[in-house]
Design a protein around this ligand. Structure first.
Ligand SMILES: Nc1ncnc2c1ncn2[C@@H]1O[C@H](COP(=O)(O)OP(=O)(O)OP(=O)(O)O)[C@@H](O)[C@H]1O
Length: 469
C-alpha cells in the first residue's frame, strides 16, 4: 500500500456524503466567523468557521460531516499544512473567502457506486478501514426507502456480508462487486378496502437453491434489490449489460442471446429507433444487419409520469403512476416480473433451451444501457449519470395488434392463456393494443401479450379488469 499523500481524484460533492454544506452553524454567528471554501477532489464546499476555532475542531467537523477520520486528514492552505492541531484558524492567516485544501491518502479510500433498480446512482468514497455497517448507514442517508438498516443486506460472491466486515477485506480485488438487497417476504396478502383490494407483498429469503430456477424469488430480488459496484469508467460510446443483483444468478441462454444480439447491433452503429406509439419511451433495438428489430428497450426514467418521459406527460407529484396502485418508473420491473412469473407449466425456465412461459410473455430482462439515442432532455454526456436502466424485451415479429382485427380469428386457447396471466398478475392494463398477433410456422395465429408495466399493482379495484374479446 502506498503511503504517499495524494489528493482525491475529482469526485462530486454529493459523492463525498456532505449533506449540503458547512455554512450552517447552530450557534449564533460571532464577529470572528469567516466563510472559507474547502476544496476536496475537484469540489469546492463552503464552510463557516471561527477564526478562533482550533485546527483540531475544524477537522472534527469535517469528520462528522463526511466520515473521514481526523487523523487521515491533511489540511493545506497556500501550500502549507495546517499541522498543529492546537493552533487557531487565524494563526495560519486563513481569512474570509480563502480556499482550504483537504488532502487524503488515496490508498485509504475505496470508491463505490450504488445503483438502484429505480435508476438512482449514488457514489461514495469510503475509507477502507470502515465496515459494512458504515456503508449501510451512508446508504440509509440517501432516502426514506433505505432507512431501515435491518432490511439491508449486502452480498458479495453469493455470501452475505456481516456488518463488522471491513471494506478492505471485501474489495481486495478491484473487480469485486457488492450487491445490496432489501429483504422482504414472499407473502402476498390481499385486503379488501372499500371497493378496492390492497395488495401487499413481503419478501423472505433469497432463493437458496441457487439460480437455476427462475421463479418468484428472482422477481423479489429484482424488485427489491439494488447493487453496489465499484466505480467503472465507461470506455466505449455505449454500454448494454444485464442488471444482475445476485452474483451467482445465471441468465437463461435466450436472454444472453437477446442481450448479445442487441449489443452487436449497437456496436455496428445501428441506432435505437424510438417507437412512435405508446405513452412512454420505447426503443426498437436493431440487429447487426440493421434489417431487423431484435428487442425493445423501455427505460424507467422515460415511463409515463417519470422525469424524462419523451411524450411530455407531467411528472407524478406523489409517485403514483398512470394507473392507480402503480408507481411511476416501476413499469420496467413489472415487465420483467411478468416474464418471470409467466413460467412454463412445470414452474421453471430451463437455462438452456428456448422454452416460453405458459402465456408466452416475450423474454424480458432488466438492463443498464448507455446510448446517446435515448431521451436526454438535459443533454447527453458520456458518463454513468446517463446510463438508463430499463426492461429489454425480445421483439416479436407480428402482423399487428388485436386492435386491428376482429376477435373471431383468435383461437380460444390463445385468449384463455392471456386471461389466466392477467388474473395471476392482476394486470390493470390489458387492452387489444397490448396483444400482438403473430403466426407460428404452420400459419396458426398466436397471441403475444406485451406491455405489463401496470401489472402487480399495490392496490386493485376489482371492477377495473378489462373485458376480453
Ligand atoms: N416485444 C415486442 N415486440 C414487438 N413490438 C413491441 C414489443 N413490445 C412493444 N412493442 C411495440 O412498441 C410500441 C410501444 O410499446 P408499448 O405499447 O409497450 O409502450 P408503452 O409506452 O408502454 O405503451 P402504453 O401507452 O400502451 O402503455 C407499440 O407499438 C408496441 O406494439
Amino acid at each position: 500500500m502506498s503511503m504517499a499523500c495524494v489528493a482525491l481524484s475529482p469526485v462530486l460533492e454529493e459523492s463525498l456524503n456532505f449533506p449540503g454544506n458547512f455554512t450552517h452553524r447552530p450557534e449564533k454567528l460571532s464577529n470572528d466567523s469567516i466563510l472559507i471554501f474547502l476544496s476536496v477532489g475537484g469540489s469546492v464546499i463552503p464552510m463557516r468557521v471561527m477564526e478562533s476555532d482550533s485546527i483540531a475542531s475544524v477537522k472534527l467537523r469535517i469528520q462528522s460531516y463526511n466520515g473521514f477520520f481526523v487523523k487521515k486528514q491533511k489540511l493545506v492552505f497556500e501550500g502549507r499544512e495546517l499541522a498543529r492541531s492546537n493552533s487557531r484558524v487565524r494563526d495560519y492567516g486563513l481569512a474570509d473567502g480563502n480556499v482550504l485544501h483537504l488532502v487524503l491518502r488515496l490508498s485509504d479510500l475505496q470508491a463505490i457506486t450504488v445503483t438502484t433498480v429505480c435508476g438512482k446512482v449514488f457514489e461514495f468514497h469510503v475509507e477502507r478501514g470502515r465496515n459494512v455497517g458504515y456503508v449501510k448507514q451512508q446508504i440509509a442517508k440517501k432516502g426514506r426507502e433505505f432507512v431501515d438498516l435491518k432490511n439491508q443486506e449486502l452480498i458479495c460472491d453469493g455470501e452475505e456480508l456481516e456488518d463488522q466486515r471491513l471494506i478492505t477485506d471485501i474489495c481486495k480485488r478491484n473487480e469485486a462487486v457488492i450487491h445490496l438487497l432489501v429483504r422482504k417476504s414472499a407473502k402476498v396478502r390481499a385486503k379488501p378496502v372499500q371497493k378496492d383490494f390492497e395488495v401487499s407483498i413481503e419478501a423472505t429469503e433469497l432463493n437458496e437453491k441457487g439460480a437455476d430456477v427462475v421463479g418468484e424469488h428472482q422477481f423479489e430480488t429484482l424488485f427489491m434489490g439494488y447493487q453496489i459496484r465499484e466505480r467503472k469508467l465507461l470506455q466505449n460510446d455505449l454500454l448494454l449489460e444485464p442488471l444482475i443483483v445476485e452474483s451467482n444468478f445465471k441468465l437463461p441462454l435466450m436472454i444472453k442471446r437477446l442481450i448479445s444480439s442487441t449489443v452487436d447491433g449497437l456496436e455496428r452503429g445501428n441506432e435505437p429507433i424510438p417507437s412512435s406509439e405508446g405513452s412512454g419511451g420505447a426503443y426498437f433495438m436493431q440487429d447487426s444487419s440493421g434489417q431487423k428489430y431484435i428487442s425493445v428497450f423501455k427505460p424507467m426514467d422515460e415511463e409515463p409520469m417519470s422525469v424524462n418521459n419523451p411524450r411530455g406527460l407531467p411528472i407524478s407529484v406523489d409517485g403514483e403512476g398512470l394507473k392507480k396502485g402503480t408507481r411511476a418508473g416501476e413499469g420496467a420491473l413489472r415487465e420483467v416480473a411478468a416474464y418471470i412469473l409467466d413460467h412454463p407449466r412445470d414452474a421453471t425456465y430451463s437455462l438452456h433451451d428456448e422454452e416460453r412461459g405458459f402465456a408466452g410473455v416475450p423474454p424480458t430482462v432488466m438492463v443498464r444501457c448507455l446510448h446517446k439515442g435515448f431521451n436526454h432532455p438535459n443533454g447527453y454526456k458520456h458518463d454513468l449519470e446517463n446510463v438508463k436502466i430499463g426492461s429489454l424485451q425480445m421483439f416479436v415479429e407480428n402482423v399487428g395488434s388485436c386492435e386491428e382485427m376482429g376477435p373471431r380469428a383468435f383461437p380460444v386457447d390463445e385468449v384463455h392463456k392471456i386471461s389466466v396471466l392477467d388474473i395471476r398478475l392482476a394486470n390493470t392494463d390489458r387492452h387489444a393494443g397490448n396483444i400482438l398477433v403473430s403466426k407460428d410456422e404452420g400459419g396458426q395465429i398466436k397471441l403475444v401479450p406485451i406491455d405489463h408495466g401496470y401489472c402487480l399493482p399495490y392496490s386493485v379495484c376489482p371492477f377495473s379488469f378489462p373485458l376480453y374479446p
